[in-house]
Design a protein around this ligand. Structure first.
Ligand SMILES: Cc1cc2nc3c(=O)[nH]c(=O)nc-3n(C[C@H](O)[C@H](O)[C@H](O)COP(=O)(O)OP(=O)(O)OC[C@H]3O[C@@H](n4cnc5c(N)ncnc54)[C@H](O)[C@@H]3O)c2cc1C
Length: 512
């Protein structure tokens, strides 16, 4: 619980801090859940000087936060449904991530809507109008065109340069707009958790909160089975789709979103988000975009997902067909099921409002407080995590009269944050700089001093043994799955996961 300024999370720190927690007496803020929302809350509270403890029952980003589309949205879609407030909030938060807090983990991505005969005149006009509105949103959020260029129409040759497997026949160019993209969602969660730790927060994974009240919780160490009671001036429930288990007064209506994973080669070296209007809809799209480890992700569905919440949701056959059929409307050679290398699905933690389709349920976040229960922060999205965290901690400060000033997180760069010329001077390969920002130099140093760590974790995979070692010493990875499924995303393709598993095991064996 000391303010060490040390951002390294690892098994030794976890063990020490868990032991110390028994002697602490009472903490200011106990956060339940280590997804984007929970780690955001922990950073916000710790940076205000509050004694903060976060518990996550599995691993950082174990839940929905690793199954997203990895976009830092400007909120255009919300504008289409009249949500001006949430659209503006998204655009402001996008700017903060791109320019101040996480320039190393975010980048601008072009989105191209191909103008093919299957896109009707009305759809084209609506997309163009939407892109103009997106430009206005960007300007009102203070994001310069140097960060996210203006939307425009492009010629067929340029559309093909960005998306080489597009159908040429009948292609009259494309509509182009820019948005933000994350290097990876799980990596953002880890960076925020480590930044919170550097501000004095205790971040404990493999610790489940049970019997949560407004000022206490039972904690269970999943590694030893030991339990511990913790008292807190304020308890914040950030358990995402599990929030209603932590506080049964919450009513959620989760919706499932599915992505498919392809080799980049299947899309001929796609350099934009290929954005395909869903036939019959004016505001929904299927999109394919370049992602980590030389892959392309294709998403996204929106399906009501009632019933028990699984650890890892499964895409359905109908969703897979829908994604393939929609993207194939614009491709020269149709993609087949045999081209798919992986798939993943996540559950949106949406609040139950009315019996509308989940696609229309508000994506706004809510801070809820039941009598005697914790403060719950739920809904929203990855892009707006910082504002969500600020609102939750504001509520805790007011309710528990905590001695804290206003949020400062819009000015706190996350661990590794670097941009501009300083980024170019980092002595490390671009791929590592993209994943680790300024910390890439540490990985390179590790690989230079321990020659065995300079090798890839398996032939033809773009992850070094040094990255596994670093994830264990600094990024809180406690087992092979943490390495394969969250610190890296190799696990999204089963063959790659199998190939890298021996290295992941060896990395832990080397620690002992
Ligand atoms: C398919 C899909 C695509 C999306 N794409 C985007 C996008 O491109 N951009 C965007 O901005 N947003 C996107 N979103 C929304 C965004 O991903 C979610 O809103 C966000 O990740 C929710 O994070 P969370 O921290 O609230 O929940 P989670 O990430 O699910 O975290 C909750 C955590 O709580 C833990 N937990 C639960 N119970 C307990 C307990 N009792 N004790 C301790 N820990 C507990 C869980 O293990 C879990 O790790 C997308 C969502 C989906 C489903």
């Amino acid at each position: 619980m000391t303010r060490s300024g040390n951002s390294a999370l690892n098994a030794a720190r976890r063990e020490r801090e868990l032991r110390e927690l028994g002697d602490v007496g009472i903490v200011d803020v106990l956060v339940v859940g280590g997804g984007i929302t929970g780690v955001g809350v922990a950073l916000d509270a710790a940076a205000r000087g509050l004694r903060t403890v976060l518990v996550e029952k599995r691993d950082l980003a174990f839940g929905t936060s690793r199954w997203s589309s990895k976009l830092v949205h400007g909120g255009l879609r919300y504008l289409a449904s009249g949500g001006v407030g949430i659209a503006h909030e998204s655009a402001v938060e996008r700017d903060i991530l791109l320019t101040r807090t996480a320039p190393h983990l975010t980048r601008a991505i072009p989105q191209v809507v191909p103008l093919l005969p299957n896109i009707g005149a009305a759809q084209r006009v609506l997309v163009r109008a939407g892109f103009f509105a997106g430009d206005a949103l960007r300007r009102t959020a203070g994001t310069s065109a140097a960060v996210l260029p203006r939307s425009r129409r492009v010629a067929a040759a340029e559309a093909l340069r960005m998306a080489p497997t597009l159908r040429r026949n009948g292609l009259r160019g494309g509509l182009l707009a820019w948005d933000g993209q994350l290097v990876d969602d799980a990596r953002l969660v880890v960076a925020i958790a480590r930044t919170a730790a550097a501000h004095g927060a205790t971040v404990l994974t493999r610790v489940e909160a049970t019997r949560v009240t407004g000022d206490s919780a039972e904690l269970r160490d999943a590694l030893t089975g030991e339990t511990l009671s913790v008292r807190a001036r304020s308890v914040i429930n950030a358990a995402g789709v599990w929030a209603d288990r932590v506080d049964p007064s919450i009513e959620l209506r989760p919706s499932r979103g599915t992505h498919l994973v392809f080799d980049a080669a299947a899309f001929g070296g796609l350099s934009a988000s290929l954005t395909v209007p869903i036939p019959g809809s004016t505001s929904r799209f299927v999109f394919a975009f370049p992602a980590a480890h030389g892959r392309v992700y294709l998403g996204l569905t929106d399906e009501d997902a009632p019933g028990p919440v699984p650890d890892e949701p499964e895409p359905t056959d109908a969703e897979i067909d829908f994604l393939l059929d929609t993207v194939n409307t614009v491709l020269r050679e149709p993609l087949r099921r045999s081209d798919i290398r992986g798939k993943f699905a996540g559950l949106r933690p949406l609040l139950r409002t009315a019996d509308d389709s989940t696609a229309d349920i508000s994506r706004e976040h809510a801070v809820l407080h039941s009598p005697g229960g914790p403060i719950t922060i739920v809904g929203g999205k990855l892009t707006t995590y910082r504002q969500m965290a600020q609102d939750a901690v504001d509520a805790a400060v007011t309710h528990a009269r905590l001695p804290a000033g206003p949020s400062t997180t819009d000015r706190i760069p996350l661990v590794g944050a670097v941009s501009g010329a300083a980024r170019d001077r980092i002595p490390a390969p671009p791929l590592l700089v993209e994943r680790y920002g300024s910390e890439a130099a540490l990985i390179t140093e590790l690989a230079a001093t321990h020659r065995d760590l300079a090798a890839p974790v398996a032939p033809n995979l773009d992850v070094l043994q040094a990255e596994f070692a670093y994830a264990i010493s600094h990024e809180g990875a406690l087992d092979e799955s943490d390495l394969l499924d969250r610190r890296t995303r190799l696990g999204l393709v089963t063959e790659d996961r199998t190939a890298a598993l021996p290295s992941a095991r060896a990395a832990f064996a080397a620690q002992r």
